[in-house]
Design a protein around this ligand. Structure first.
Ligand code: FO1
Length: 335
């Protein structure tokens, strides 16, 4: 059973832990793991260079969460973190005072940057980083190209009345409160899927789109030339899970991103935004929360196989149950 998941960071991490757990329960390998193979195509649009090191936040969120070393309160970074170096960087005026690089986290960024400077590609670096812990799934960055997301915002002081900033500044410094005029990934046209990504999508038995940010996470992954084509080509059912429950984002500030691209913050609107594969869109099926069952008929109307299940992931059991519902929805389509 080959399962491929498209995922961003924080929402993606919980969902992927659920997929891993559900696979271990359904297809046990006798050692507490699973015979199923789970590949996660990870968003790289949040990535940035800061203080001379390369950060890959969504990859690191998945890595730390799946390894069980993540800070569960903050939702990012390492458990038991300290910030001695970050304090020094602030004194030197290096990096961003509003963006904390913890000491343990810096170990990851320094290792990654050392390997990159040694000539490894980001996906080769990703392979080395995840060798340290037995994650039970394979994480692959969506592309080896740098496609850092930038956000255009209105600025009356600027000529032309606009300016651009890195997504991470918009997200962490301004908490997405500056109305975004557009999101742009630099050099996206020349980006290509990282090695193994197309094979993971085309060769999957089911492709799952995690309840991640539909604009800057799933949107960035599927905008990489070659990935959308692979999704159109795969014989696997493509099943998405709504990141919106009852008209509210589950976490993060995806509503600010959706508003910027003119999509309402509802499970129905995001399902329509992704579109049905039969109509040239992304998905075969769309899983919404029980609170959003009124949307099921309209979603069927646009060619999506729509179903509802509890989408709140409170713990490993609810995450595994959600993963199971998404896998089952996909397998119903295969018959
Ligand atoms: N998020 C914050 O809100 N504040 C921070 O200071 C911060 C630092 C940080 C450092 C490394 C890293 O990998 C992630 C970090 N994040 C921080 C979270 C980051 O913005 C998110 O992981 C995603 O990129 C947005 O979904």
């Amino acid at each position: 059973m080959q399962i491929t998941v498209l995922a961003g960071g924080v929402g993606g991490s919980r969902f992927v832990r659920g997929v891993r757990e559900e696979c271990a329960r359904r297809w046990p390998d006798g050692e507490g793991g699973t015979e199923a193979s789970v590949t996660v195509v990870v968003n790289t649009g949040d990535d940035l260079w800061l203080a001379g090191v390369r950060l890959m936040p969504d990859f690191d969120s998945l890595l730390y969460s799946l390894a069980g070393v993540n800070d569960t309160e903050r939702g990012w970074g390492r458990a038991g973190e300290t910030e001695r170096v970050a304090a020094e960087l602030r004194e030197w005026g290096v990096g961003w005072p509003w963006f904390t690089l913890g000491d343990l986290d810096l170990g990851t960024h320094l290792a990654r940057t050392a390997w990159l400077r040694g000539g490894l590609t980001p996906s080769e670096v990703a392979h080395r980083l995840q060798r340290r812990w037995p994650l039970g799934v394979q994480l692959i960055p969506a592309t080896d190209a740098e496609v850092d997301t930038h956000v255009r915002v209105a600025d009356p002081d600027e000529l032309g009345g606009e300016r651009e900033m890195h997504f991470q500044e918009w997200w962490t410094r301004y908490r997405a409160t500056l109305p975004a005029l557009a999101f742009r990934q630099r050099d996206l046209e020349s980006a290509r899927p990282a090695p193994g990504v197309v094979e993971a999508i085309v060769g999957a038995d089911v492709v799952l789109v995690a309840p991640s940010n539909p604009v800057v996470s799933i949107g960035t992954i599927t905008a990489i030339p070659g990935i959308r084509e692979a999704l159109a080509e795969t014989s696997a059912p493509v099943v998405g899970v709504s990141p919106i429950i009852g008209g509210k984002v589950v976490r993060g500030m995806a509503d600010a991103c959706l508003t910027a691209i003119g999509v309402a913050t509802t499970a129905e609107a995001v399902g329509r935004h992704y579109g049905a594969r039969s109509g040239g869109g992304l998905l075969d099926a769309w899983l919404v929360d029980d609170a959003d069952t009124p949307a099921l008929e309209a979603l069927e109307g646009v060619g999506l196989h729509a179903a509802s299940a509890p989408l709140w992931m409170h713990d490993l059991d609810t995450s595994a149950a959600l993963a199971g519902a998404a896998i089952d929805l996909g397998r119903q389509l295969q018959r």
